[in-house]
Design a protein around this ligand. Structure first.
Ligand code: EPU
Length: 422
């Protein structure tokens, strides 16, 4: 086991380079199951969710070869349906893409129930609605999702009842090899939806409209391999932007697509933080005085739920009372109790956190209760007086590539420490 130890109070400075996007990488990796060929994927982040996705592919019969630190060659010609190990699948929410991909290629699928961070109820009813519209019979047992389309998949029109990133991507994956045209309405517009669509199109799919709320998929007979680079991670970038502002630092964050960061940049500027956009970088400089704002998380292009806990940390340091309303997940407030240990004054009612700002953080022993909550703890600790120890950092390793090394390079006093197993 490992923990992260941080001695706060050092403004971040210099440059941090952002890695490939976790949520695009897992979608692209698992959609290779559709491909009767060999794919080379570049700019994969070095995180445990990518390692797990590669392990799932290997267990299914893919031949995976690492070409360099962030590039893998994946031969999925001989993958077998129904062979993803349930124990692996249970570790990651994105495993639901195995269902769409198996159905698409083999017309049959048997996959364990996907796991992931605990944000309250996390249904997959919209994924299932889509598979059924395409002609599959879907059964959910206590442990498995079982889907069969004995006479193949055929295109249809699907209207999602709620905007879902996962259901939109899974719908695209399943429909890519279906007969005829599928139209997904009320689709999610996140950049990772576009990235998975671009990847599949590079392999021969015919998907249009990704990035809008109507996505059209004209079925094709077969996908071939390709070489493809994953887009930069906008949530990782947002995390470093907020960390810079929280420590009154000046930080250049490179390998970003500034357009993807607009909602975060706009809120931070409203708080008084200075942000300069370059072609593929942003420079964050300190506010004269951090001002309170209200934040509501929404599907893209709204403020991302995956930057909610990090933003709450910054609001604790701003003058005045701020409100953060969570508009995507039922319960994304488990970080609050941990932040309180460091001196935060936050109350939660329903899906709204009220943050009494103007506080200082003090170092404490805290836990990373989920991935982005863990990132929030790191930011609070960087801004805190004294020493903070963060446990359960396996959550952080799921989604942040070398966060300790990147922050050390930017001047933080942060260490990864081995903890002997009890
Ligand atoms: N929802 C349903 N039914 C469904 C699917 C979703 O009701 O069938 C609801 C969810 O309960 C939630 C909302 O729709 O209230 C949005 O869920 P969505 O399906 O968009 O989430 P997801 O695809 O499971 C992805 C990211 C999450 C991110 C959300 C929202 C991946 C692997 N995960 O999850 O990322 O919070 O979109 O943007 O892409 C993270 O990276 O820390 C993370 C949790």
């Amino acid at each position: 086991m490992e923990k992260i130890v941080i001695r706060g109070g050092h403004p971040l400075s210099g440059t941090v380079e952002v890695s490939g996007m976790k949520n695009a990488a897992v979608g692209v990796l698992l959609s290779t199951i559709l491909i009767d060929g060999i794919t080379v994927l570049e700019n994969l982040p070095v995180i445990s969710d990518v390692a797990l996705s590669l392990d799932i592919l290997r267990s299914m019969g893919a031949v995976v070869e690492q070409l360099d630190a962030t590039t893998y060659q994946i031969d999925t010609r001989h993958v077998q349906a129904g062979s993803a190990p349930p124990l692996m699948v249970r570790k990651m929410r994105a495993s639901y893409y195995v269902i769409g991909a198996e159905l698409g290629r083999f017309h049959t699928s048997r996959v364990g129930i996907p796991g992931g961070c605990d944000f309250g109820v996390r249904p997959i009813d919209q994924h299932i609605k889509c598979f059924e519209a395409l002609g599959a019979d879907v059964t959910m047992t206590k442990d498995f999702v079982i889907a069969d389309a004995t006479s193949g998949l055929h295109g249809d029109q699907i209207y999602f009842d709620s905007v879902s990133v996962g259901a939109t991507i899974n719908g695209m994956i399943a429909a890519t090899l279906a007969d005829g045209t599928t139209v997904i309405e009320n689709a999610a517009r996140e950049p990772h939806v576009v990235d998975v669509a671009n990847f599949l199109n590079t392999c021969g799919a015919r998907i249009t409209g990704a990035g809008t709320d109507v996505v059209k998929i004209k079925g094709v007979k077969r996908l071939h391999g390709c070489t493809y680079a994953i887009i930069p991670d906008m949530i990782e970038a947002a995390t470093y932007m907020i960390a810079a502002a929280a420590t009154n630092g000046t930080l250049q964050i490179t390998n970003v697509i500034p357009k993807h960061l607009e909602s975060v940049s706009a809120k931070m500027e409203e708080m008084g933080v200075k942000i300069e956009e370059l072609d593929d970088a942003v420079i964050v400089s300190p506010a004269d005085q951090l001002r309170r704002v209200n934040v509501k998380t929404l599907p893209y292009p709204g403020f991302p739920t995956d930057a909610h806990p990090q933003m709450s940390v910054l609001l604790c340091l701003a003058q005045g009372v701020s409100h953060v309303s969570e508009g995507v997940w039922d319960n994304r407030f488990r970080y609050v109790e941990e932040l309180r240990r460091m001196g935060a004054d936050i109350t939660v009612e329903g899906k709204v956190a009220t943050i009494n700002g103007g506080n200082h953080f003090t170092g404490a022993k805290v836990r990373a209760v989920d991935l982005r909550a863990g990132a929030a703890m790191i930011i609070a600790a960087l801004a805190a007086q004294g020493k903070t120890e963060i446990d359960d950092i396996y959550h952080i390793k799921r989604g942040y590539d070398n966060i300790v090394g990147k922050l050390q390079n930017a001047g933080a006093d942060i260490q990864l420490v081995d903890v002997p197993d009890e």
